[in-house]
Design a protein around this ligand. Structure first.
Ligand SMILES: Nc1ncnc2c1ncn2[C@@H]1O[C@H](COP(=O)(O)OP(=O)(O)O)[C@@H](O)[C@H]1O
Ligand SMILES: [Mg+2]
Length: 362
């Protein structure tokens, strides 16, 4: 209100105006207080909201941690389960091999004695027969005209043929017993399963005894030629190892190679199936054995699962899928060595075993 208007007002009007002004100011002050209070309330609510947001974030983090832990645990469980399955397979196979090994060792031992009787007595039999032959020749010389009875008997038994055949008969008996003795030796050396502790052995003997046992499978069959075994042996030091188990590895690798070659022949009419074995010293404390076949080879896909327990591409009843997984365990775990495969389809397969010369388990 400007001054002129104020001066023109009556006293009553001025009083009224002042009252109004007071009321207005009071009202303004009250509103300001309310406003301040509202602001304070707002700040409190905002603080609470922030606190809640923080709590929410914390809860979310906790939930994530829990989920992560659960996932990790589930992964661990499945890993443990896999490990258990593997261990179980190995125990079963080890048990089978150990009882088979004991059986083989027992049979070999039992055969050994009678074979030794035969081979030991064969040389005496030969000497005695030679003496008797000599005597007979003397009789024939000094009594060229024997009695009729002797003449008839000599003709009946065809004495000339008998005398001629006797030496070759003895020779083949000798050869036969020698072969049995060799087989018995191989069986004994192969089945050194009972030797639970490490021994110094000749690796070539182990491979040869395994080949001897597989001889029957290497021979020519009606539907395929013989599988040739080519050996490239280098001089090796004696190796401290679990001999029976190592022979088992050679057995698995060689048997797989034979299986693969047989399978390959069915498909492609392979004309010269062969297995090549190399042995060599890598450095003073490590040796390498390589076993290669010229069979159908192994696809990339199969190679990835090669050492998994129970993995097999063979029909039910033929393959167990345990050979390579056990071999892997024997080489890497028991001997602290390595077992590797290199192959491509159509190019055959090569398995490489490397083991330390001195046992790492002391
Ligand atoms: N020399 C090889 N050539 C081709 N495939 C092979 C050879 N050795 C192993 N394999 C493959 O590896 C698989 C697993 O071998 P293994 O563990 O010994 O089990 P199994 O012989 O009972 O099948 C075989 O089924 C075969 O497919
Ligand atoms: Mg096998």
């Amino acid at each position: 209100m400007d001054i002129t208007t104020c001066l023109l007002m009556t006293e009553g009007q001025q009083e009224c105006w002042q009252t109004l002004c007071h009321a207005f100011t009071a009202r303004l002050a009250a509103t300001e207080i309310e406003l301040q209070k509202a602001h304070a309330d707002y700040q409190q609510v905002e603080a609470q909201r922030q606190q809640l947001a923080e709590q929410l974030e914390e809860a979310q983090a906790q939930q994530q941690a829990l989920t992560d832990a659960a996932t990790a645990q589930a992964r661990q469980f499945s890993e443990t389960l896999k490990q258990l399955r593997q261990n179980q397979a190995q125990i079963v196979q080890a048990e089978k091999m150990s009882s088979l090994g004991q059986l083989v060792a027992g049979v070999a031992h039992e055969i050994n004695n009678p074979v030794n009787f035969i081979s030991g007595n064969l040389s005496y039999a030969k000497a005695y027969i030679q003496d008797l032959t000599k005597l007979l020749a003397l009789y024939q010389k000094h009594y060229p005209q024997p009695t009729v009875e002797i003449q008839t008997e000599a003709e009946a038994m065809d004495i000339d043929f008998l005398m001629e055949d006797l030496p070759s008969l003895l020779a083949s008996m000798k050869m036969g017993t020698e072969r049995i003795q060799k087989i018995v030796l191989s069986l004994r050396s192969f089945s050194r399963m009972d030797e639970a502790e490490v021994k110094e052995v000749n690796i070539h003997e182990g491979i040869d005894s395994t080949l001897m046992i597989l001889q029957n499978r290497l021979k020519a069959k009606s539907d395929r030629p013989a599988i040739e075994v080519i050996k490239h042996y280098s001089p090796l030091p004696s190796v401290e190892c679990y001999a029976g188990q190592l022979n088992q590895v050679f057995m698995n690798l060689l048997a797989n190679a034979i299986d693969a070659l047989e399978e390959g022949i069915k498909i492609t009419q392979h004309s010269a199936p062969s297995i090549t074995i190399w042995t060599e010293v890598l450095n003073s404390d490590r040796i390498r054995i390589r076993i290669a076949d010229n069979g159908p080879g192994i696809s990339e896909q199969v190679q990835q699962k090669l050492f998994d327990p129970f993995f097999t591409t063979k029909p039910v009843g033929k393959g167990t899928g345990l050979g390579l997984s056990i071999s892997y365990q024997v080489i890497t775990d028991r001997h602290k060595g390595t077992l590797k495969c290199s192959s491509s389809l159509g190019q055959g397969a090569e398995f490489t075993v490397e083991i330390p010369v001195r046992s790492q388990r002391k």
